[in-house]
Write a protein that binds this ligand. Structure first.
Ligand SMILES: Cc1cc2nc3c(=O)[nH]c(=O)nc-3n(C[C@H](O)[C@H](O)[C@H](O)COP(=O)(O)OP(=O)(O)OC[C@H]3O[C@@H](n4cnc5c(N)ncnc54)[C@H](O)[C@@H]3O)c2cc1C
Length: 315
């Protein structure tokens, strides 16, 4: 596996309580357990620390030394990290960036908070509207980036306030529409990141919400391969015969269920989950995805779009 040496800019980075580490295997930071190392990993413990890294990079840019690539990683549940790893600084949001607070009938959550924590906090306050977060194994930052959703609900539906950090490290409150939310995607200017969101909820009975969350989890455990490493849904839904069609139906109709390259396989139980069945490399997933995409194009005439975000470089 690729190993990065110490970059010359390492000693210039601003101090962090959580520190920096060189050449950290990112497979351990993803749910699919695949990927090469981060050149430098920064574990950030406050928004001030996060801002100081961005300011340091902004200053490098103005001194014509060139910006260092910066990547924010959430809980790694929607990424595929290529085998050559990720150049520059990979930021992990540590403790201190995960505040969750119920404010009247709204809930505020920071990017580092787990989606499940937010769903449970709302339920305990007898507030409904973010119960769907319960079964999505990512962070609020990842949900804001991806417009995560499930069973008819999406992250931006009830979002009333949004905070982002700009390239110069300044936290700004923006209108949710600023990031142009769409199905499983948003657009944030290059070098910016998500800081927090606030959702408008509705009063509801705690037990009713609990039952709704249980029901969703039951459905997930019977339809999804939760015992195998994956990144959730691989492809986005697509148009087929004039109708919006679930991606698994297209994978199935093109007879791709069970296809395999190395340790990467199209799951047999849920055809839109690509799973790691043993020591898979990112290049296995790349080849498998290309094969599936080609077969769907050839048999159904549909061009598939990947939902999973690809980061880093090939080895
Ligand atoms: C078993 C399983 C089931 C899943 N079910 C669902 C589902 O039902 N619905 C659904 O929508 N998704 C689902 N997913 C996918 C995934 O959980 C969501 O997309 C989740 O929102 C990703 O969050 P994360 O913290 O893991 O993000 P990551 O995977 O770490 O990152 C995703 C992208 O967001 C970027 N990012 C992360 N944090 C920030 C930030 N603070 N600022 C800027 N960019 C950021 C990353 O750079 C990357 O490009 C599932 C995944 C698994 C493994």
């Amino acid at each position: 596996m690729k190993v990065w040496g110490k970059p010359i800019w390492l000693k210039e980075l601003p101090p962090l309580a959580g520190g920096y580490a060189v050449s950290v295997a990112l497979a351990d930071y993803t749910t699919i357990k695949v990927g090469g190392p981060a050149e430098v990993m920064a574990t950030v413990g406050s928004w001030e620390e996060m801002g100081s890294i961005l300011r340091w990079n902004e200053e490098r840019g103005t001194r014509n030394e060139g910006r260092v690539p910066l990547t924010v990683l959430g809980k790694g549940s929607n990424v595929m990290i290529r085998d050559g790893g990720v150049a520059g600084v990979v930021v992990v949001l540590g403790k201190g960036l995960d505040k969750v607070e119920v404010k009247g009938e709204e809930i505020y959550a920071e990017a580092g908070a787990a989606n499940g924590t937010v769903a449970r906090a709302a339920r305990e306050a007898e507030l409904d509207g973010v119960a769907f977060f319960g079964g999505i194994p990512g962070s609020i930052g990842g949900a804001l980036r991806m417009n995560a959703g499930a069973y008819g609900s999406e992250t931006y539906e009830r979002l009333v306030k949004l905070w982002v950090m700009d390239q110069a490290g300044v936290v700004r409150e923006v209108e949710p529409g600023f990031v142009k939310p769409r199905y499983r995607g948003t657009e944030l200017p290059e070098g910016w990141l998500y800081v927090a969101g606030q959702w408008q909820l509705a009063r509801a009975d705690r037990e009713t919400i609990r039952e709704k969350m249980r029901e969703v989890n039951r459905k997930r455990s019977t339809t999804q391969p939760l015992h195998l490493p994956s990144s959730g849904s691989w492809f986005k839904h697509a148009e087929w015969k004039g109708e919006k069609t679930s991606a698994w139906k297209l994978v199935d109709a093109a007879e791709c269920r069970g296809m395999r390259v190395g340790g990467a396989m199209v799951d047999v139980q849920h055809a839109n989950f690509f799973v790691n069945v043993g020591n898979a490399l990112a290049k296995d997933f790349e080849m498998l995805s290309e094969k599936v995409e080609a077969q769907i194009k050839e048999r159904l005439g549909v061009v598939m779009e990947r939902e999973v975000r690809w980061l880093g470089e090939a080895e």
